[in-house]
Ligand binder design. Structure first.
Ligand SMILES: Nc1ncnc2c1ncn2[C@@H]1O[C@H](COP(=O)(O)OP(=O)(O)O)[C@@H](O)[C@H]1O
Ligand SMILES: [Mg+2]
Length: 272
């Protein structure tokens, strides 16, 4: 008699939107970039992921997106396995991925067109989102006629117009000047309100991570930190900021790194 062996994936905790269990991730031909990763992103929260260049932030995001299969372990969205790219997960990158030959409006309508949303609904939704990001008057333009900040607004409108359950953002404001970047951070929080979307926002900027995140994941040390809100530019986050920067410099000194790992039932607690 033969016995079949099934690998059971632990059920994600209630309220989890994205869930990684025992995940090793990286590129097939190299050693894992992150190993033994357990991470829960709660529904509707903004989780920021911060860490130095090369620590694996983009690799993590690509794995969450379903663009890169994990080397080991399970990736789930709303309890279902992530097996490839899906409209439930929108992606926003630093380099704008707008189609240069399409107008702003046609770019925003694209994911809806792919979903075969009727034309009138597509137009209405695109108009609505272009208004929300402050680009109603630029709908007929082409991407090259816009500033970098405006192009990122179009990307944001395109990502949210398709009503994804999760938005995965890879240093989306990294190429913008400080003033535009601050404006985009505030716009992001404003336009997300009411969508219920879960956000994973990757950045190497500690201040951006603390301003935007409900929680901040430090890839290098494996810490998850709750950020007290309301979000305000005058809020004093100096103690948290010092804590995060200390951890980052410690990590650099001893040269070690650990996966992000959340102890069950201990939100925000350090794990090493
Ligand atoms: N396509 C690839 N093939 C092999 N290794 C890669 C590939 N892309 C990135 N890497 C390596 O994976 C590690 C993590 O990279 P990445 O996730 O891009 O870091 P980050 O986004 O934090 O800067 C780096 O050592 C990088 O060199
Ligand atoms: Mg990167």
């Amino acid at each position: 008699m033969t016995m079949s062996v099934r690998t059971l994936t632990p059920a994600p905790p209630t309220g989890a939107a994205l869930h990684l269990t025992g995940v090793s991730l990286g590129h097939p031909t190299t050693a894992p970039v992150l190993d033994g990763l357990d991470l829960t992103v709660n529904a509707g929260e903004i989780l920021t992921v911060v860490g130095p260049s090369g620590c694996g932030k983009s690799t993590l995001l690509r794995t969450l997106a379903g663009l890169l299969p994990p080397l080991r372990g399970a990736v789930q969205q709303d309890g279902a396995p992530v097996t490839g790219p899906h409209a439930d997960r929108a992606l926003v990158f630093q380099d704008d991925a707008l189609l240069p030959w399409r107008t702003v409006r046609a770019n925003v309508e694209l994911p809806l067109a792919i979903r075969k949303t009727p034309r009138a609904d597509r137009r209405r939704t695109a108009t609505d989102w272009l208004e929300r990001v402050g680009l109603a008057d630029h709908a007929h333009k082409h991407p090259h006629q816009l500033s970098g900040g405006q192009r990122q607004r179009v990307q944001l409108a395109r990502a949210l117009a398709a009503a994804p359950r999760a938005v995965l953002m890879d240093e989306p404001f990294g190429a913008l000047d400080a003033q535009t970047r601050a404006e985009m951070q505030d716009l992001l929080v404003t336009v997300l309100a009411g969508t219920g979307a879960t956000v994973v926002f990757v950045t190497h900027d500690v201040d951006e991570a603390l301003h935007l995140g409900d929680r901040v994941a430090l890839i290098a040390t494996g810490e998850l930190i709750d950020v007290p809100h309301p979000r305000s530019r005058t809020a004093d986050r100096s103690a948290l900021r010092r804590h995060v920067l200390d951890l980052a410099s410690q990590t650099r000194r001893d040269g070690t790194s650990a996966p992000v790992r959340e102890a069950p039932g201990h939100r925000g607690q350090a794990t090493r």
